[in-house]
Design a protein around this ligand. Sequence first.
Ligand code: TRP
Length: 454
Amino acid sequence: MDHKDLPPRGSFTSKFGVIAAAAGSAIGLGNIWRFPYVVGENGGGAFLVVYLLFIIGIGIPVMMSEFVIGRRSLRNPYGAFKKLAPGKPWFLVGLMGVGAAFMILAFYSAVAGWTLEYLFQSVTNAFEGKSSEELTGMFDAFREGSIRPILWMLIFMAMTAWIILAGVQKGIEKYTKVLMPLLLVLIIILDIRAVTLPGASEGLSFLFKPDFSKITGKTVLEALGQAFFSLSIGMGTLITYGSYIRKKENLANTALSVSLADTFIAVLAGIAIFPAVFAFGIDPASEEGLVFITLPKIFQQMPGGYIFSLMFFILLTVAALTSTISVLEVVVAYFIEELKMSRKKATILAAASISVLGVFAAASWGWASNLTLFGSNIFQIMNFTSANILLPVGGFFIVIFIGWSLKARIAGDELTNSGSLRGRYLPAFMFIVKFIAPIAIAMVFLYKLRVFGN
Ligand code: TRP
């Protein structure tokens, strides 16, 4: 392959570095903020079952496909499709990914801003002695404010841009390796506290006892969207990261490890949240506010809660950062490679333009609260559209591309490192990307649109 036309590419320099970077992208607010409230809204255990099925049957194959596309092409998502399928319209899938990156980064940074606010409130011990109602009021009042949510969002965006400026090796890999394991330890401590609360078992049944009568078209679509969102798939993030993975790395193993870690963390977050939700009488359908109301209650009930709460919000901020850098990197890699910008110019332009959208996301309960569509504010529209529509549609085309357009030999080559790995699963993988995954995604949309009744 000829790379003379490309700017110098960094790459991840160790096996652990690759997994840490991809897991750093996957593990974030999606696991700790989004997963619990989406489970809460969609009835608990049955949702979890559908979610797990989607992770295995669709998520992991899509992740492998993205890695294949990225490492084969060594390009950003748009350039990757242009290179692998010259003269065909597949590059539109890459462009849609770049668009989705704008939307995701905008509302995600707003939530990361809430996290910074809660870190700040932890410092001043503001949760001390507050009831669930008072904590709910505190969250609502903050979110309805006109300045703070925006200011924190902008600070967080600047932090993301700053890491991206440092480039792939010095930035992304360095920050993800150390702090993710620490986050895991802290969540486990939270779990222990949560499950030993009086009344915890009700929460565990909510999470783990499926009641399949609660499954509707909306539930299934939300489960699919959450699976895509949590694994960072469907918009080319992992195409971009795949392009930084060295040729000797095992792509299938990486996809499997990352998906397992991501799912594990989400379930651990659920185990922390739901027992506490029931123990403290918090509404499981508290939507975007759920963890911001529940976590402070748990910290109140812990010896050393002050320190734990500080540490937790610091680590959550870092987890959010290792996710947002992976989203911003998609846009930046696109600007650098396709619009021939310097990394610096690309980063500043991307972060500044996404911040404009971010301001509206952050103000969605404040001065922008009357900008609504079907009862949803701007934040909620971005959140719903990107996760439940753009990502699954992107994933649909990614598996179709691998299954039907790219020569099967190429996927086989990348997944076996040109035959040096055995890849006995390859026929099963090809069957899934050709038939199972695309048909399943299509059926979820048809089910939601009530084509099959409900
Ligand atoms: N997966 C991340 C999380 O769970 C968020 C994220 C990072 C993402 N990159 C993405 C979501 C790409 C969708 C697509 O927090």
